[in-house]
Write a protein that binds this ligand. Structure first.
Ligand SMILES: NC(=O)C1=CN([C@@H]2O[C@H](COP(=O)(O)OP(=O)(O)OC[C@H]3O[C@@H](n4cnc5c(N)ncnc54)[C@H](O)[C@@H]3O)[C@@H](O)[C@H]2O)C=CC1
Ligand SMILES: CC(=O)C(=O)O
Ligand SMILES: [Mg+2]
Length: 712
């Protein structure tokens, strides 16, 4: 068992001192001054100088300190003499990062992604303003590094990657101490906490203390997308042990090496944490992230009416899925009001799957009249398959959360189904409009399942493969492959892996090449180019992130007949004769639009909207408003082209709109108590446009403030 360092325990005198300061208005102003002045272009007061400033990522500007600032802050001689602009700094940094890219042309391998993460993380450690400037300007490119999928790898390799701590750790050893420990955090004001207990990190299972990476990654998006001030975010890991046997035996593991606390003992730890953070920061918002479903629902019910909190996996994911499901209806050329007619098969009945099911059912019921019979009939639109197959009322020890979605036995049998029927059987018999996966199992949408989906009664069946991370999807056995952002890099890597399996010689390499049928020439930047790549036959299977497969026909199968073929795709072009023997020809196949459907479209806006409304709680109505706002964000033309989610490059604008929708709903429900000088009465007077403006004006931007030194 590791010994949690004593030095992080705050003395009670520290709390006393802090409380005295907080009851003294002048002292309180002094304590909060640099936070309130950082936004905009007013100078920021700092209480340190010299090397202490250079080592403080909140204030460090590196080579961008002006000469007058260097004099004022005792920095003269501590930096190379050439003063750089922030643009020059970014150019220098990006050139370094791109060099890595040139050297790693063989695809987005794990070491390559991790190397990129390391470089970005080092920048995060030394200069936060510049880090967020880089991230915001290149969000589409770097979100997959600082967030999923790479952050999953980071969590898995956390013990080796750990350099500087970030965030706070509360462990089972700290029971009785949390109320004082919370004052060890240096920021007087915290707006947003993302907390995990590491029990179900992405689709990677129990990673114990290593799960802190996901809280850090989510908060990166809070800063980049929602403009939450980086000095006011706090990633938290609650370490109650781990049931991961490998970590329990690993001498390098940094967390508590004991089995997870359970039952009342577990709840007591989480209760103590919640009380501590809300005592110090009464207006903070706490996002619960990646708690195993066993606790996710219970904790949500326990706290949601008392604290400003939400569970991202249950509620954020549900909102994003609803927006996507409504988009899928529109993509079929039908009005959204037809949503209650959709037949939906969901694979996975954990926190995310059940969250989506509940929200989708409520949305359907509202469209059908919002009464009991509407709710009943909406329930019949879903077929849920978990690890044991189709869930019916015959299921033994059924999870109470899944019970409302269990199919009636008689009804199932009329459809040719039974308790435990496989996903392929269910899809074959139900002929659904939508197949949605939240099972964390790679390769689940196999050839058989996708073949079965061909029988769908929908004109444009949609697949939402929402499990994370992408890696889970790599299986060499399936038929179709949708590669969300890998393209040629993945093809090359897959070919090499196959070749290795076949003997690792030239003929193995040749024959491996014949296993790919590549559709679309622009595969290389498939994700950034917004193209969906479909490989027929042996390749990789879908999983990873939410992918909408709404057929949008473009160039089709690549054969050697393709004009102006991308040289990188050439090795994968099919021979014309061989293709014709298979009944295929140049241009065959479907290319759909593909982008990432992740709760990142909503959680930043939910948090920001809650903060700026000053709502006491996060209501169902506020969450629904967020989802509807995302659904409406896409123009009709885009949706008809099968583009259901916007590009992540627009994430700041999306978040602003989502936050405004949340503020508006909080005002409507009379929950809004205001934020800073905008009190509840003022909020009520705002028009829709003014709410959007209010949100925009309160989003932090990564600009260096002028620093002025004052003694503490
Ligand atoms: N795209 C997004 O925004 C989000 C994605 N997720 C992902 O969704 C996945 C599931 O998350 P949770 O629900 O929290 O996990 P969980 O562990 O609570 O639930 C997993 C569910 O999948 C079922 N399952 C396992 N094997 C199966 C199989 N062969 N066939 C059908 N079902 C099977 C399990 O019985 C369980 O019901 C994870 O990969 C997670 O990363 C979660 C939240 C958001
Ligand atoms: C994206 C996310 O929250 C998850 O996979 O758990
Ligand atoms: Mg999550």
């Amino acid at each position: 068992m590791s010994n949690f360092p004593n030095q992080i325990r705050a003395s009670s005198s520290l709390i006393k001192r802090f409380k005295q300061r907080m009851t003294n208005p002048a002292a309180m102003m002094q304590a909060t001054r640099h936070f309130t002045t950082l936004e905009g272009h007013r100078p920021a007061i700092v209480h340190k100088r010299s090397l202490d400033i250079l080592h403080d990522p909140w204030f460090n500007k590196g080579t961008a300190f002006s000469m007058t600032e260097r004099d004022r802050l005792d920095l003269r001689g501590l930096l190379p003499p050439n003063v750089m602009t922030s643009e020059q700094q970014i150019q220098r940094f990006t050139a370094d990062l791109k060099r890595l890219e040139v050297q790693a042309r063989d695809g987005p391998s794990d070491p390559y992604a991790l190397a990129k993460w390391r470089i970005l993380n080092r920048l995060h450690d030394r200069n936060e303003t510049m880090y967020y400037k880089v991230l915001i300007a290149n969000i589409e490119e770097y979100a997959p590094i600082v967030y999923t999928p790479t952050v999953g790898l980071v969590c898995q390799n956390y013990s080796g990657l750990f350099r500087r701590p970030r965030g706070m750790y509360f462990s089972a050893e700290d029971r009785g101490e949390m109320m004082s420990m919370v004052y060890n955090w240096p920021a007087e004001q915290v707006d947003m906490i993302v907390v995990t207990d590491g029990s179900r990190i992405l689709g990677l299972g129990d990673l114990g203390v290593q799960g802190i990476g996901i809280a850090i990654g989510k908060l990166d998006l809070y800063v980049a997308a929602a403009g939450i001030n980086p000095q006011r975010v706090l990633p938290v890991m609650i370490d109650v042990g781990t049931n991961n046997e490998k970590l329990l035996k690993d001498p390098m593991y940094l967390g508590l090496q004991e089995h997870r606390l359970d039952g009342d003992e577990y709840i007591a730890v989480i209760d103590e944490f919640m009380e501590a953070v809300f005592t110090r920061w009464p207006h903070v918002i706490v996002q619960f992230e990646d708690f195993q479903s066993k606790w996710a629902f219970k904790l949500l019910q326990r706290y949601r009416n008392t604290y400003r909190m939400f569970n991202d996996d249950v509620q954020g994911t549900a909102g994003v899925a609803i927006a996507g499901l409504l988009g899928a209806v529109r993509a079929q050329g039908r009005p959204m009001i037809d949503f209650p007619k959709q037949k939906i098969v969901v694979a996975g009945a954990g926190s995310a799957g059940i969250g989506v099911l509940n929200a989708a059912r409520k949305t359907m019921a509202r469209m059908l009249g919002n009464n009991e019979s509407a709710f009943e009939s909406a329930g019949r639109q879903f077929w849920v398959v978990d690890a044991k197959g189709l869930i019916t009322e015959e299921r033994e020890n059924i999870d109470p959360e899944a019970l409302p979605f269990a199919r009636k036995v008689k009804e199932a049998s009329r459809q040719g189904l039974r308790e435990g029927a496989s996903l392929a059987e269910v899809v074959r018999e139900v002929k659904p409009d939508v197949l949605l996966g939240l099972s964390a199992v790679g390769g689940l949408f196999s050839k058989e399942v996708l073949e079965a989906l061909k029988g769908s009664t929908s004109t444009r069946p949609a697949i939402f493969a929402m499990s994370n991370p992408t890696k889970n999807g790599i299986k060499f056995a399936s038929f179709f492959c949708l590669v969300p952002f890998a393209g040629i890099g993945v093809l090359n890597a897959a070919r090499k892996t196959m070749a290795r399996m076949l003997g690792n010689n030239e003929s193995a390499f040749e024959s491996a090449g014949r296993q790919f049928w590549v559709v679309d020439a622009k595969v290389r930047n498939a994700f950034t180019a917004g193209k969906l790549v479909i490989h027929i036959s042996d390749a990789l299977s879908i999983v990873g992130m939410i992918i909408e497969l709404v057929a949008l026909y473009t160039q089709g199968l690549i054969t050697e007949e393709r004009e102006n073929i991308d040289p990188e795709a050439l090795p994968f072009a099919r021979k014309v004769k061989e293709a014709s023997r298979q009944g295929l020809r140049e241009g065959n196949g479907h290319i759909g639009h593909c982008n990432q459907g992740n709760n990142m479209y909503l959680f930043p806006g939910i948090g920001l909207g809650t903060l700026l409304s000053g709502s006491r709680i996060i209501s169902d109505g506020m969450l629904q408003a967020a989802a509807e706002c995302l659904a409406e964000y896409m123009a009709e033309e885009e949706v008809l082209n099968g583009i259901i989610y916007p590009s992540t490059s627009r994430i700041r604008d999306i978040t602003k709109e989502v936050a405004a929708a949340v503020v508006k709903e909080a005002i409507k429900e009379d929950l809004a108590e205001g934020y800073r000088e905008m009190d509840a009465r003022e909020l009520h007077k705002l028009s829709q446009e003014e709410i959007v403006e209010y949100v925009k004006n309160n989003m932090w931007s990564p600009d260096y403030p002028t620093l002025v030194y004052k003694m503490d």
